[in-house]
Design a binder for this molecule. Structure first.
Ligand SMILES: [Zn+2]
Length: 262
């Protein structure tokens, strides 16, 4: 099942997000490919509910966005609405405009708190993406809890209902982060594995396919055809553990957000 991950949808991205942005024309083309391939789009929350009910209603896809770039409302949403497609948007609450002091982040314009209710009314499911976008798996327990609980509370106060979805910044999680995410009251956690989501996957490790500026139509078509790069080799898991240890060491030396905001 393809769970797509977008960041900015714009022809003029800032430097940090540029490699992770797609143009509005490319975005529209990709949405049409999803529909042409016979997929029905659901939100991430619906996906988790359907899984829990063990329902299998045909070919499902999920379209997600991370961070909360302002162009979601002006570029992505019109293309989604024109095709009657729902989506899930995970916002970094400390980056949203109109909410007081902002956490350090991308220079690109971000969505405002005041826009969230109208996005919801337009078929967008909102979820959390931490408050300040740290690499969660490098944080101590108190900081980790704060980064999970604060955005949930802020979003629930703004929207007036429960917010059960979370996406890990940079896609980094691990068993400890997933346990803390569940303990903070979430029902799912979205990661980035550049692999298709399988029905028996952990709902706190939902695999997403990240759309980059360089993602080719061939690659996108392969994903829609059910082909991904998930390795069967046990070495892939060990490589991830090693990379996490390296990043954790670096984060201790240099306590600051990742250099690439995504
Ligand atoms: Zn992000």
């Amino acid at each position: 099942m393809p769970v797509l991950l977008y960041h900015a949808v714009t022809d003029s991205p800032g430097r940090h997000v540029a490699p992770f942005s797609v143009s509005p024309a490319e975005f529209a083309r990709q949405l049409d490919l999803v529909l042409d391939a016979g997929y029905r789009c659901v939100t991430a929350g619906e996906l988790v509910r359907l899984r829990a009910e063990r329902a299998a209603p045909g070919r499902l896809a999920v379209i997600t966005f991370d961070d909360g770039y302002a162009d979601f409302a002006t570029a992505a949403l019109p293309a989604l609405r024109a095709r009657s497609l729902v989506s899930t948007l995970y916002v970094t609450t400390g980056w949203l405009a109109g909410g007081g002091a902002r956490e350090p982040g991308p220079s690109d314009p971000m969505l405002a708190w005041s826009q969230l209710p109208e996005l919801e009314a337009a078929g967008v499911e909102l979820g959390a993406h931490s408050h300040s976008h740290p690499q969660l798996d490098t944080l101590g327990r108190a900081a980790l809890d704060e980064e999970l609980r604060r955005p949930k509370q802020l979003l629930e106060d703004a929207l007036g209902h429960e917010v059960p979805g979370m996406a890990y910044p940079h896609g980094y999680s691990g068993p400890r982060v997933r346990r803390a995410t569940r303990a903070a009251g979430y029902g799912s956690g979205a990661a980035v594995r550049n692999a298709l989501h399988r029905p028996d996957d952990d709902p706190f490790a939902v695999s997403r396919l990240m759309l980059m500026r360089g993602t080719t139509t061939e690659q996108f078509g392969a994903w829609l055809a059910g082909v991904d790069g998930r390795s069967g080799s046990p070495l892939a898991g060990w490589a991830t553990v090693g990379w996490r240890a390296y990043r954790r060491g670096r984060a201790l030396v240099r306590r600051r957000p990742g250099s690439a905001y995504r």
